[in-house]
Design a protein around this ligand. Structure first.
Ligand SMILES: C[S@@+](CC[C@H](N)C(=O)[O-])C[C@H]1O[C@@H](n2cnc3c(N)ncnc32)[C@H](O)[C@@H]1O
Length: 270
């Protein structure tokens, strides 16, 4: 049963969907506590052409996941600014942005208390980085606080996408930027477009990055299989394989046959 939930879950009723995802990520934060992984995204392998991202040795093993963050963060100004990441997971992405993109401050927000506890522990030595528990649909911040917001592979879990978008617009300063990447079933694109169509946000860029994500999934297949084998109890391994998008999983096949897409959008607050 669990092995089949991944695609189905994003079609459930909003509140049920949100509750299930919450349960799942709490479980992940708990289960994977011992594992040395700070990312929970599908990764991104850039097409040849641009200069290669230079990483410190300690970050090299996380390259595919970092590349997705680097792509997302590189779309907007970050240096010297006050930045928010919504759905920061285990904090690896906020940590990368804090160290490589040099914001004055970056706050990672996630609604899993365990993920926040783990992030604060794993990345405690980075001065311009902090983590806070909160809900993307009801952000615990005043209006017009952040210069830039990023959101990586998290919004498919939200019960009400329109509520999230309106919260992003509320906490962004005028002219602030919002860079978003996530996956959707192809038939759900219309709903996403509708949620993003609000007066306060002007779309300035968009792209489909499914090819780059598939390439990353291919590159990290063996490593993911090894982590699942080592850290996940046997009975729940099929669910983790589906969830993590290894070759042959429903989501991997969906990307391949076009029934699922990975999209990127950039907005500026007007
Ligand atoms: C697939 S993980 C991605 C984590 C991180 N962005 C990364 O790439 O490693 C999705 C994250 O979104 C978080 N999340 C889901 N619903 C949320 C909500 N309503 N508010 C805040 N965070 C949420 C989950 O707890 C989880 O950590």
């Amino acid at each position: 049963m669990l092995a089949r939930i991944f695609i189905a879950i994003i079609r459930l009723s909003p509140s049920l969907q949100k509750g299930l995802w919450k349960w799942w990520y709490q479980r992940l934060a708990h289960r994977g506590r011992d594992a040395d992984w700070a990312f929970m995204n599908y990764g991104f392998t850039p097409k040849n052409g641009g200069p290669a991202l230079v990483l410190k040795e300690q970050d090299e093993s996380d390259r595919p996941f970092i590349e997705l963050y680097n792509y997302t963060a590189s779309q907007i100004p970050i240096k010297g600014l006050n930045v928010l990441e919504i759905g920061s997971g285990r904090g690896g992405g906020s940590s990368f942005i804090a160290r490589y993109h040099e914001p004055t401050q970056i706050t990672g927000l996630d609604y899993s208390p365990q993920a926040i506890e783990l992030s604060s522990e794993l990345h405690r030595d980075i001065p311009n980085l902090n983590f806070i528990q909160g809900d993307a649909e009801s952000l615990p911040f005043n209006d017009r606080v952040f210069d830039a917001i990023i959101n990586v592979e998290s919004s498919h879990c939200y019960g009400n996408m329109a509520e999230f978008v309106s919260e992003v617009a509320r906490v962004l300063k005028p002219n602030g930027y919002f860079s978003w990447v996530d996956l959707r079933g192809k038939d759900m694109i219309g709903e996403v477009e509708e949620a993003f169509s609000i007066e306060e946000l002007r779309k300035i860029k968009e792209a489909t990055i499914t090819t780059e994500v598939i390439e990353a999934l291919d590159d990290i297949h063996e490593r993911k299989m090894a982590v699942i084998k080592q850290h996940v109890p046997r009975w729940i391994q099929p669910a983790f394989r589906d969830f993590s998008g290894v070759k042959g999983s429903k989501i991997y096949n969906g990307f391949k046959d076009g029934s699922a897409v990975y999209i990127a959008k950039v907005f500026q607050k007007v």
